[in-house]
Design a protein around this ligand. Structure first.
Ligand SMILES: Cc1ncc(COP(=O)(O)O)c(C=O)c1O
Length: 394
């Protein structure tokens, strides 16, 4: 058995009991007979180089405050990774540590946008976006994506109209959680022209960018044109692809000097006091040494995605499902099944599977659910059987 097959066999062998014993959100929130497939984390553990780096940090008491050289190392490693993986050339000095992507978004909202400027959110979206914007005083303007019969796409006319009506920024998620779209250069360019026309801003959340399936390429939004670079602020992180969300380390990437100048005034508070030292060590190991493990994981995830697609085609053809181009999240539009809403709650009760309710992803999505397929394939098979049985016996 080759190394990849060996790793995949070890993923297959992880049991629901072991996952529950971790005592974390995905497997610890619902009753014991419920299978966890909601919050966006993977069940596969962490890459060996990351484990080694964390053990080294603990054994050598590297758990104090972050030093400036360590921050510089993180910024340089991030810039090198973005160049190598996505062909995006950024200065290391334009990259800065953040505890997480939501903090990077908060930074953009507080310091780089006019107070109270409404923000466009293409929906369905990552669940907390809508409330988070509202809580920070930026009215969220939901613009649903459109399905053209083959795939979801941004509603450019709707976005244009929302800017016309006074929105100051757009919150882009690329790859798009939860619909799994990896936007093409042409799509992003078209968006950037609309944003530029309105002299507006984009926050580009690229947290899922390392998780791309064969035949697709992640294009960083800020890299599509000088105009996009001038109006974008980007957030990246190793947390989704290497499963490190509890370690609190993401990166904000500035692609214009004005934004960088503003950030320099507040940098100390935002990075020194909130990013985690262990998170930086883990991220360094991920970016510098973690790509071989990631390639094996993406291959396994692609197998899960294809398994899911085949299951839905055969057993639940009424569900509209586009195989994701990236991310390990699947968006299931169950409108044709005419089921009670919110559908996620119904499935928790009747299938004992915990999915994310589409209603949390934007207005009008109560007939949809988001399924996290980053789980051992035997568990994926089991939870799909449970869902199909619940639908069939209703
Ligand atoms: C698109 C997207 N953005 C942001 C986050 C949250 O990231 P963080 O924990 O770094 O704030 C997630 C988590 O699932 C996500 O999927």
């Amino acid at each position: 058995m080759g190394a990849r097959e060996d790793l995949h066999a070890r993923f297959d062998a992880i049991t629901a009991g072991q996952l529950r014993d971790r005592g974390l959100e995905k497997w610890g929130t619902h009753p014991d007979d419920t299978l966890g497939a909601f919050v966006a984390e993977m069940d596969f553990g962490i890459a060996p180089p990351i484990r080694a780096r964390l053990l080294d940090a603990v054994e050598n008491a590297r758990t104090g405050y972050i030093s400036r050289p360590l921050l510089r190392e993180l910024n340089a490693a991030t810039a090198a990774f973005l160049q190598r993986r996505h062909g995006w050339q950024v200065e290391a000095s334009h990259v800065h540590a953040m505890p997480d992507v939501m903090k990077a978004l908060e930074t953009m909202l507080r310091f780089h946008l006019p107070a109270g400027a409404p923000v466009i959110v293409p929906t369905p979206c990552y669940m907390p976006f809508i409330h988070f914007l509202a809580e920070l005083g930026h009215a969220p303007v939901q613009v649903p994506v459109r399905h053209d019969g083959t795939r979801y796409a941004l509603d450019y006319a709707g976005i244009d109209a929302a800017f016309d009506a006074g929105a100051g920024a757009l919150l882009l998620c690329n790859p798009h959680n939860p619909i799994g779209r990896v936007y093409s250069r042409e799509e992003l360019l078209r968006l950037s022209e609309i944003v530029e026309k309105h002299d507006a801003r984009v926050f580009s959340d690229e947290i899922h960018a390392p998780l791309i399936y064969a035949g697709n390429t992640h294009v960083p939004y800020a890299a599509v044109s000088p105009a996009a670079a001038a109006h974008a602020i980007t957030a990246v992180s190793a947390s989704k692809a290497w499963n490190l969300p509890g370690l609190k380390c993401a990166q904000i990437v500035f692609s214009n000097d004005d934004d960088l100048r503003i950030f320099k005034r507040i940098e100390h508070h935002l990075t020194q006091s909130s990013t985690s030292t262990l998170g930086i060590f883990a991220t360094l190991a991920a970016y510098d040494q973690g790509e071989p493990w990631l390639a094996d994981v993406v291959d396994y995830l692609q197998g899960n995605r294809d398994f899911l697609a085949a299951f839905l085609r055969e057993r639940l053809p009424q569900i509209r499902f586009d195989a994701p181009q990236g991310t390990y999240l699947a968006w299931l539009d169950c409108a044709a099944l005419n089921l009670p809403q919110p559908l996620g709650a119904w499935l928790r009760e009747h299938a004992r599977v915990a999915l994310t309710d589409g209603a949390f992803c934007g207005d009008g999505f109560g007939h949809c659910v988001r399924l996290n397929f980053a789980t051992p394939r035997p568990i994926l098979a089991q939870l799909l059987e449970r869902i199909a049985a619940a639908f069939e016996t209703r």
